[in-house]
Ligand binder design. Sequence first.
Ligand code: ATP
Ligand code: MG
Length: 460
Amino acid sequence: MKTRINPEKSGRVTITRQEHGISRTLMSPNALRVLYRLKDNGFVAYLVGGCVRDLLLGREPKDFDVVTNATPGEVKRMFSNCRLIGRRFRLAHIHFKVELIEVATFRSQAADEPEPGAVETRRGEQRQRRPQILKDDEGMILRDNVFGTPEEDALRRDFTVNALAYDIADFSIIDFAGGLADLDAGIIRTIGDPNVRFQEDPVRMLRAVRFAALLGFSMAEETRNALVTAAGTIVRASPPRLYEEMLKILLSGEGAKCCDLLHQTGLFTALFPFFSAWLNAESGGFPHTRFGEMLTCVDSRIQQGDTISPQLLLALLFGEYLDEKAENFRARGMPWQQSVDAATAEFLGEVCPFVQITSRVGSALRDIIAQQTRLTHIPGRRPQLFIARTDFTDIIAYSRIVHGNKKDVASRLQWWRVQAEQMEQEPLPLLSKSTEAAGAAPRKKRRRRRKPHGLQRATQ
Ligand code: ATP
Ligand code: MG
């Protein structure tokens, strides 16, 4: 792909429709509808970010983001299926049947904000204006909500390859940050000084790793050096955000490559200090190999189009660690079930201050591990009830993936598979719409006798 500099606008490179060869048939029809409506109403409208990068690379974009010079209010007036979200920086979400298109108004770069001046209130008093961009003492952006120009909007983005825009007015690609050249060369490079950009938002370090692994790119030298220097500061990002980003990494289909990079750069140790120390040590003279094996296994499943729930993912990756913790509790005399609870609680206590696994996923993770013993009780009491559990498939998948190559486990799993298939044809009476319809005798209702009033009081 050849890039052509537009001499009239410095820093801006444009490649025309004939030169880039991206077809609109590869774009979401809904995103195109949004772009055309904005354009027809006289506004500038671009596709932007990851979708343009992916289209140029011949990859299928995950989502289509739109930027425009229309304000959120103007966007809302143009689309009846639009909801505005966000209190400080308002984004427009345009809802379609199975797709959501996000429309943002061009935003300005954080560093550009002048000192907030005084403003006059309606009563004529002087009041200090609330800064639109707020950074903490270490330069991390806490608030960032100023409208800007298309160029400012591009330059506030994280990496050069993520700052490309597709202009619906003439179908050209606009590049303000050198993204086209980096896309050609396969380089992840921050826009501006990487030290500052990682300080403003440490999550960008994880994004750099994810994009490098996923696209098969290398990091620009200065970007990588800054990342290694700043790796320890990753924990300044909010724990729920780090959890979301780690899920994206581990479910990207390139989790093993990402984790290699996270290890090499020091990010892994910073995010998972306890687990990382354990991983590097041995138990009983054996290295801990399951984590690496499971990463590869998860990657191949994702690449084949499988979905893996967050709890199953965590169970697969951290199961060996949890087993060892539970074993330690048992060695101190704790019963089996309790030892799994204690091991999970200890694990969550280590991880959540940095990477905040939600409590729902935490409990589901514990259940997957705790229910493994139930699989060994064949037939046990009421196997149908066990099969009817919502997490049955995760419990089975965990056993199959981790222990499925053992003969006894494989035959046990086969037994459960047959039971589950039978149940599919003959659902549990209790779970069917009506017990009578399923041929089972209706359960008699037990009448509760009310105590005489006086007696009730006397026993209180
Ligand atoms: P994908 O959706 O395939 O994971 P993406 O590049 O589209 O990749 P999104 O998280 O969807 O990533 O973000 C859309 C765009 O918003 C990015 O391409 C980038 O331009 C910008 N962006 C996202 N996160 C940041 C950030 N932390 N700092 C600066 N810009 C960001
Ligand atoms: Mg995206």
